[in-house]
Ligand binder design. Structure first.
Ligand code: FAD
Ligand code: DLZ
Ligand code: SF4
Length: 509
């Protein structure tokens, strides 16, 4: 039985299911850089360069292991431009009995793969992606018995399944979740470890030139490219996090500091999502640090919750609710995405800083994405399609399975409450508490309305007023609505006036 084994750009794991049982003498591994994938949204230049370089390095590693690899570069003259047409070309050039592929990360790719068998008249074996810790069947079963899905309960079930941070089946420290210990405000003297930098090797340099030439109109900068592009270097990033950042990860998880994009986060999402790192090994590394006494429980639990809890939960939600999920728009928001999301050209310093860092690094940490970039999109009523497209483009860790539920569910509440039980809306005081952005902002975070007031302040109440009929019965918002109802009409009309003035002046393409 001769197999064509297709490896997609986010499947760069030696242990991937589609390589298991490979017949090195007869099988071929197919990898291809294709125009369709690089342009179905106009990905950040660094994201394309990162993935192409990681793909090329992975292909070289497979060759060294003795595998027969057919690798199509973007510029190859016979490149057919899409997964399907590259598979067709491979099938025309040689005889295979079957195609083997691991379940892809995006719905649109799955739909495409599902046409291959009838189109090519060959068996296509789509294998489970067992790099994830919760198989989709298991997630669906867990979800089927529940009226409301809550990440925390899913996370506890996963902790029990893998026996993580438990003694006698009870959580170590007597609490499942130490989230409330994760909100320290950084002091100005805080010492932040340097980020590990990997100088581009010849493969990466070639890819950077390619991206520069072919994708010059795409968002973002190619300067100072320093991602890891091999498993060895990605393991180095993990190790750097465990030894230098994890101990402070918990305390400062929600902090934002101007000019400090990396803080105490792990910066491993790029590598996890394309397969250079595996979730279980990241969890094990944190557990080991805990057991050796290098990191406190609240840091280790917080980090593990993100990977074992949020990451798996988000994936489960994506596959459970697709394809309808991509259309969700609970608030019926229609405003176009403001230009400044592309240019960073805004007087709101928090947004300016987060967008500038995103342009430079194809990275922003969670609280920047959630409480600045996402919060503004929610409050300003931006169309979920526009917001999703932006988030899918700009981050090097973005694939639809993880981007869409975070945007549609977590930040926009466009799913009406599947991912979150209430919108993560907040005024300027939250940003002021967790960052130093407001100090250098043209707007005054203490003012509630008027042209000098922080826009987050009036947009927050405006959002609650506009969407009152949809939100007032949400018991988690009852205190906020009772405050709103006590506001006099004059205060409410000032909020409306400031909001209309501000929103009418937003420039969009
Ligand atoms: P850390 O803060 O160090 O966390 C460790 C790991 O936990 C991450 O690497 C990631 O794998 C996982 N994780 C944490 N939170 C989440 C979450 N909400 N969903 C899934 N995994 C999580 N993450 C992506 O990987 N790709 C995306 O496209 C993406 N889009 C997002 C969009 C929005 C609007 C928001 C609010 C969050 C998004 N996230 C996304 C989640 C999170 O912001 C990133 O995983 C994180 O910032 C990556 O940086 P890090 O590796 O330093 O993470
Ligand atoms: C994101 C991306 C890009 C930019 N280019 C390619 C590519 O040329 N070839 C490839 O195999 N994968 C690429 N990817 C990742 C795919 O889009 C990803 O594998 C699918 O979206 C499935 O998750
Ligand atoms: Fe952002 Fe408002 Fe603070 Fe300015 S004042 S940085 S707009 S939160």
């Amino acid at each position: 039985m001769r197999s064509l084994r297709v490896i997609l750009g986010d499947q760069l794991s030696h242990s991937i299911s589609s390589l298991k049982g490979i017949d090195i003498e007869n099988d071929t591994v197919l990898m291809c850089e294709v125009w369709d994938e690089a342009t179905y949204v106009k990905h950040h230049k660094k994201k394309i360069a990162f993935l192409f370089s990681a793909m090329r390095h992975f292909a070289e590693e497979l060759k060294i292991l003795g595998y027969s690899v057919s690798y199509t570069k973007l510029t190859d003259s016979d490149n057919q431009g899409s997964f399907k047409e590259e598979v067709r070309r491979a099938l025309c050039s040689s005889n295979y009995d079957q195609i083997v592929i691991t379940f892809p990360g995006e719905y649109r790719v799955l739909k495409d793969i599902q046409t291959w068998s009838s189109e090519f008249g060959i068996n296509v074996s789509i294998l489970e992606d067992d790099r994830f810790l919760c198989p989709l069947d298991e997630f669906n079963q867990w979800a089927a018995n529940r009226k409301q899905l809550v990440m925390e309960y899913f996370y506890r079930a996963m902790r029990q399944k893998y026996q993580i941070l438990l003694i006698d089946n009870k959580p170590i420290g007597d609490k499942w979740n130490f989230d409330t210990d994760n909100r320290k405000v950084p002091s100005p003297s805080i010492k932040i470890p340097n980020k590990t930098i990997f100088e581009p090797d010849l493969i990466t340099q070639e890819v950077i030139s390619l991206v520069d030439a072919r994708f010059s109109k795409h968002f973002g900068s190619l300067d100072s490219f320093h991602f890891a592009v091999t498993r060895k270097d990605a393991l180095g990033v993990l190790n750097e996090f465990i030894t230098q950042r994890l101990s402070q990860f918990g305390d400062y998880q929600d902090a934002m500091i101007e000019g400090e994009p990396w803080l105490f986060h792990s910066h491993i999402s790029f590598y996890l999502n394309c397969g250079l790192l595996l979730p279980k090994e990241c969890i094990n590394a944190a557990l080991e640090a805990y057991h050796l006494g290098f990191a406190a429980l609240h840091s280790v639990e917080g980090f593990i919750r993100q990977i074992l809890g949020w990451r798996e939960y988000i994936r489960g939600i994506y596959w459970l609710y697709m394809p309808e999920y991509a259309e969700a728009n609970f608030f019926k928001s229609t405003r176009k995405l403001p230009d400044f999301y592309w240019s960073a050209n805004t007087s709101m310093n928090c947004l300016h800083q987060c967008i500038k860092e995103t342009q430079q690094n194809a990275y922003a940490h969670h609280i920047q994405r959630l409480m600045v970039l996402g919060n503004f999109a929610l409050l300003a009523g931006i169309d979920p399609k526009d917001v999703n497209e932006w988030f899918l483009i700009v981050y090097a860790d973005a694939y639809e399975w993880v981007e869409l539920p975070n945007v549609t569910g977590m930040i926009l509440f466009a799913d009406g409450g599947i991912v979150g039980s209430k919108p993560y809306a907040a005024g300027g005081s939250y940003i002021n508490k967790m960052s130093n952005y407001c100090k250098r902002c043209q707007y005054n975070v203490k003012l509630k309305t008027g042209k000098d007031a922080c826009p987050f302040n009036y947009l927050y109440w405006n959002f609650l007023m506009i969407n009152e009929s949809k939100l007032k019965h949400n018991h988690r918002l009852s205190m906020i609505y009772s405050t709103l109802n006590k506001m006099d009409d004059n205060a409410k009309s000032l909020i409306k006036e400031s909001s209309v003035n501000f929103l009418d002046n937003l420039i969009s393409y």
